[in-house]
Design a binder for this molecule. Structure first.
Ligand code: CU
Length: 157
């Protein structure tokens, strides 16, 4: 599996350049999780240069068992999150995954990640080439919701 990763990264770079990179990623970061946390939240902004809506519908990282799209929401006054199958980026628009909103939940780090390290993330789109990015791990801001701490509210983790 590990041997495939550089090839995936190179393929997505070449394909991305050739196709005009319909979707690009900026401002990506992964939140450092407290020891023993089952997941890390990843945030980023997606930019769609295309004339049609693009759909992010999957992600992988060699450093995690799984990556799921989540949205944080209020339910009966409690902050919860649920899994979503996909998020849409409007034509010539952008979508920001941010604390308290959409985020990518990176589930079960193969080893704990500290601030300053990097996560390799490949984002998959329904109608656009996959994009691979190297994402820095950071500590969250004080008072910001830590999506990674909320997993005890979730089913199926
Ligand atoms: Cu989540």
């Amino acid at each position: 599996m590990t041997r495939l990763i550089p090839w995936l990264a190179i393929a997505s770079l070449l394909f991305g350049a050739g196709a005009g990179a319909a979707v690009t990623v900026t401002d990506a970061w992964v939140r450092e999780a407290p020891p023993g946390a089952p997941a890390n939240a990843a945030y980023f902004t997606l930019h769609n240069a295309d004339d049609v809506t693009q759909t992010l519908n999957g992600a992988t990282s060699p450093q995690f068992a799984r990556a799921d799209l989540h949205v944080t929401h209020l339910e009966s006054g409690q902050v919860r999150m649920r899994r979503v199958q996909a998020v849409e980026i409007p034509a010539h628009g952008s979508l920001t995954l941010r604390p308290n909103g959409y985020h990518l939940m990176l589930v079960r780090a193969r080893r704990p990640l500290k601030a300053g390290e990097r996560v390799e993330l490949t984002l998959q789109f329904k109608d656009a080439p996959a994009v691979t990015v190297q994402v820095p791990v950071r500590r969250g801001e004080e008072g910001e919701a830590a999506d990674s701490d909320m997993h005890h509210h979730m089913n199926g983790m």
